[in-house]
Ligand binder design. Structure first.
Ligand code: ATP
Ligand code: ATP
Ligand code: CA
Length: 218
């Protein structure tokens, strides 16, 4: 099954499972590997292939021809030793692109030192993201990289009813309106002549600080 658009997901806990199912939903073939029989049963007909195995064993990964996959995700969290062993084996077997979930900075640093290209911190990132939702007016928030964010929010009164090009938004708030949507409408990109209505939802990008300040406007 190891074709161009296939991904091996190792560890089908909450994170790995949700990732694997989302990949399937978007048309990617997924091999799921988990040591727990119940977890494997639960994913049986839902992934392209599911295997119960201990992924820290080199022969297991060899038998599954893991090196023929373009991408693999190490979604084992709590067992840091297992996570590191699996990542190390995937690198040794020359899987071209490896993603790994890290529980904390220390875990993440070791994965990076090994050579894992993409280390993600789902708990930490989601916690930070939800913090922004909890404290602000933003309906959604995504920090693309440290210091640069995109938010979904309502239209503050100073933008109502006149073209964006006449609002001095960039000079005054340092942010850019990337797209807008009327209730029940679809997203459209914004330009100078865009006039935003009171009930619209907008996507705003900019420095995290400025985007956050913008979200507080009414
Ligand atoms: P989540 O928060 O996503 O549920 P977690 O951080 O709690 O995950 P774990 O519970 O440590 O992570 O592991 C996730 C999955 O990885 C579990 O289903 C577990 O069975 C599986 N797993 C752990 N070690 C191995 C291993 N050596 N080989 C295969 N699967 C493993
Ligand atoms: P500059 O782009 O360097 O400001 P310009 O005259 O070419 O100069 P325009 O793109 O014509 O700028 O727009 C004038 C101003 O309108 C911008 O500087 C900015 O303040 C505001 N503006 C236009 N489009 C947007 C947008 N999508 N989001 C926020 N502000 C906008
Ligand atoms: Ca967890």
């Amino acid at each position: 099954m190891a074709e161009a658009d296939s991904v091996a997901v190792i560890g089908l806990g909450r994170f790995g499972s949700s990732l694997a199912l989302e990949l399937m939903a978007s048309g990617t073939e997924v091999l799921g590997i988990d040591a727990n029989e119940e977890v494997v049963q639960d994913h049986n007909a839902r992934l392209t292939q599911v295997v119960r195995a201990d992924a820290t064993k080199e022969e297991v990964l060899r038998q599954l021809a893991i090196d023929e996959f373009d991408r693999a995700v190490v979604a084992i969290g709590h067992d840091i030793k297992a996570s590191i062993l699996v990542a190390s084996l995937l690198l040794q077997l020359k899987v071209p692109v490896i993603w790994a979930k890290a529980l904390d900075e220390q875990h993440g640093r070791i994965l990076e030192q090994l050579g894992v290209q993409h280390v993600v911190y789902p708990e930490k990132d989601m916690g930070r993201r939800v913090a922004h939702l909890v404290r602000g007016a933003a309906a959604d928030y995504l920090e693309l990289e440290p210091g640069f964010a995109i938010i979904k929010t309502g239209v503050p009164s100073e933008l109502h009813g006149r073209p964006l090009g006449e609002t001095d938004l960039r000079q005054r708030h340092g942010v850019t309106v990337a797209a807008h949507r009327r209730p029940q409408g679809s997203w459209k990109t914004a330009d100078n002549s865009t006039v935003l209505g009171v009930k619209e939802t907008i996507l705003v990008i900019g420095q995290t600080r400025e985007v956050e300040a913008f979200a507080q406007l009414r």
